[in-house]
Design a protein around this ligand. Structure first.
Ligand code: ASN
Ligand code: ZN
Ligand code: CA
Length: 313
């Protein structure tokens, strides 16, 4: 109802003031915006866990247009940013491209050091203050989690083994495209007492113990077969594609972030499938780049070199 659309304001987790869409009803402003033509709504889970039937919790409201919960302000404003990225970059209307409501809950669990897409909505912990601060404070975290929803609606990569590592990497790639000033993941919310570190690095996954080449992949059982570890291999390929560089004796000429995003988005929508492995990812990216830029293009050459540089053929 456009008549009840309003603009809210508030400070985020890092203390920055921002505005976002809210709805006025019956004397309260609600963290529930509809001005984009879809609903983006943010709830307070009041510390129930991510598996609770009581999610999403209580829709957050304020008696003025000022909202005082930084976790909620960032979850809401960043969900809008991610929606706008997919809409403006690819014409995608929400994660399912059919205008599905985007629901988030903050204050999930007790000092929970995680965030997740749980199949129907996003959930954010408050962090314990040492390993993480409030997780909704990271735009790349929200980009990562909402991209899990995009993947679920497209290639639906199985969250195990190589397809799971690709699922994780696709979330890191678009998280980094949306929060575009670095190739680190989680830097704004990870270890608030330690400057300059991050949860993962796409430019050098080995900085945090993750492989940057298929030859060094993890093949054990932990973490669904290393989905958050082996993601480093594909993350490094995406980084090299965009920025260029050399690895394991292979030189890659960078094509920039925008073309790299186009290639992965097309691969995700048309060529990846539930059981895709790293080799299928290479083929999918080559096919996507061929469609977009031509078989003999510099872009296709870059894709091939980027995958060769991480040992994927
Ligand atoms: N934050 C984690 C992720 O998005 C949650 C999980 O393990 N699925 O990968
Ligand atoms: Zn993830
Ligand atoms: Ca980042």
């Amino acid at each position: 109802n456009a008549a009840n659309d309003a603009t809210g304001t508030g400070k985020g987790v890092l203390g920055d003031t921002k505005t976002f869409d809210v709805t006025y009803s019956g004397g309260y402003y609600y963290l529930d915006g509809t001005s984009r033509g879809i609903e983006i709504a943010t709830y307070d889970a009041k510390h129930v866990p991510y598996y609770s039937p009581n999610l999403p919790g209580t829709l957050i409201r304020s008696s003025s247009t000022t909202f005082s919960d930084p976790a909620a302000v960032d979850a809401h404003a960043y969900a809008e940013r991610v929606y706008d990225y997919y809409k403006n970059t690819f014409g995608r209307n929400s994660y399912d491209n059919k205008g599905a409501p985007i629901i988030s809950s903050v204050h999930v669990g007790n000092k929970w050091n995680n965030a997740a897409w749980i199949g129907t909505q996003m959930v954010y912990g408050d962090g314990d203050g040492t390993t993480f601060r409030t997780l909704s404070g990271g735009l790349d975290v929200i980009g990562h989690e909402l991209t899990h929803a995009v993947t679920q609606s497209t290639a639906d990569l199985i969250y195990q083994g190589e397809s799971g590592a690709l699922n994780e990497s696709i979330s890191d790639i678009f998280g980094a495209m949306i929060d575009s000033d670095d190739w680190d993941i989680g830097e704004d919310v990870y270890t608030p007492g330690i400057a300059g570190d991050a949860l993962r690095s796409m430019s050098d996954p080995t900085k945090y113990g993750d492989p940057d080449n298929y030859a060094n992949r993890y093949t054990g059982p932990d973490d669904n077969g290393g989905v958050h570890t082996n993601s480093g291999i594909n993350n490094k390929a995406a980084y090299l594609m965009a920025q260029g560089g050399s690895a394991y004796g292979v030189q890659v000429s960078g094509i920039g972030r925008a073309k790299t995003a186009n290639i992965y988005y097309r691969a995700l929508n048309y060529y990846l499938y539930s059981s895709s492995n790293f080799s299928s990812m290479r083929q999918a990216a080559i096919q996507a780049a061929t469609d977009l830029y031509g078989a003999n293009s510099a872009e296709v050459n870059t894709v091939k070199n980027a995958y060769s540089a991480v040992g994927v053929y």
